[in-house]
Design a protein around this ligand. Structure first.
Ligand code: MF3
Ligand code: CO
Length: 251
């Protein structure tokens, strides 16, 4: 097993899949409304992705039963859309979207607040996004993977929040999840991690909790929630490492 270096042609395909993911995020954000079921938003997302001749990456992935992961409030990731779950004022909604086209995947997540929420909740969502870009400052050939991880962790913890340990980012390509795994914290005793090289394509995805970092999985075997019931936010892009930095493929 090794980290796959993509050719320019492969990166062109990954850019196309990533663009579909980005467009789907904009579309679903525009449709998100109080009273709508999470099932209906998922269906809108699936139809939108298919219009591009793409397939939702998550549908049937290891048995996942929907197209979009919709995780609300204390749900961290992998929330399953439901006909009985309705968006309400103040909800913190993480949408995670994947699209598969020409044999390649794109993967990205964003967190939205429906209507108004306490200042501390808004700060959580902002810090989560900003932590991703702190990680990006470390992305260039010659640096090491865990410099990204450490920059994310330091920024989140300096702001009084915690990074989830049990879930990580990943390489992206012909498979949704490729090597390497990308923690959002410095793994202890594992050195600096692999060296970054131009042509690597990775998804970096900080999951940030307002309270403690521990999580558990619900009885549906998918939904990850915070152990202390604190609110959680998620922010993710797929990016290609270039000669002088990076290119966001899901922007
Ligand atoms: N973006 C998530 C990830 O990278 C979602 C995949 S989980 C799935 O792991 F099973 F729903 F596909
Ligand atoms: Co991902």
């Amino acid at each position: 097993m090794a980290i796959h270096i993509k050719t320019p042609q492969e990166i062109a395909y990954l850019r196309e899949a990533g663009k579909i993911v980005a467009e789907t995020h904009l579309y679903l954000e525009s449709q998100l409304a109080v009273g709508m079921s999470t099932y209906d938003l998922d269906k809108l997302g699936e139809e939108f992705i298919r219009k591009f001749g793409a397939i939702p990456s998550f549908l049937n992935y290891e048995g996942y039963p929907a197209s979009i992961c919709i995780s609300i409030n204390d749900e961290v990731v992998h929330g399953i859309p439901s006909k009985k779950r309705f968006f309400k004022e103040g909800d913190v909604v993480s949408l995670d979207i994947g699209a598969y086209k020409n044999g390649y995947h794109g993967d990205a997540a964003r967190t939205h607040i429906i209507g108004n929420a306490p200042a501390e909740v808004k700060r959580l969502v902002e810090v989560t996004k900003e932590s991703f870009f702190k990680g990006m400052e470390m992305v260039k050939p010659g640096n090491h993977l865990y410099q990204i991880s450490g920059a994310i962790q330091d920024y989140v913890e300096a702001n009084g929040f915690s990074v989830v340990r049990d879930l990580v980012g990943h390489g992206v390509g012909r498979e949704l999840h490729e090597e390497p795994q990308i923690p959002n914290y410095r793994p202890r005793g594992e050195g600096r991690g692999p060296r970054l090289r131009a042509g690597m394509v990775i998804a970096v995805e900080p999951m940030v909790n307002m309270g403690r970092y521990e999580v558990r999985i619900l009885a549906d075997d998918w939904t990850i929630v915070t152990l202390d019931h604190s609110i959680s936010a998620h922010y993710e892009h797929t990016l290609a490492i270039t000669e002088d930095g990076y290119e966001l493929l899901t922007m």
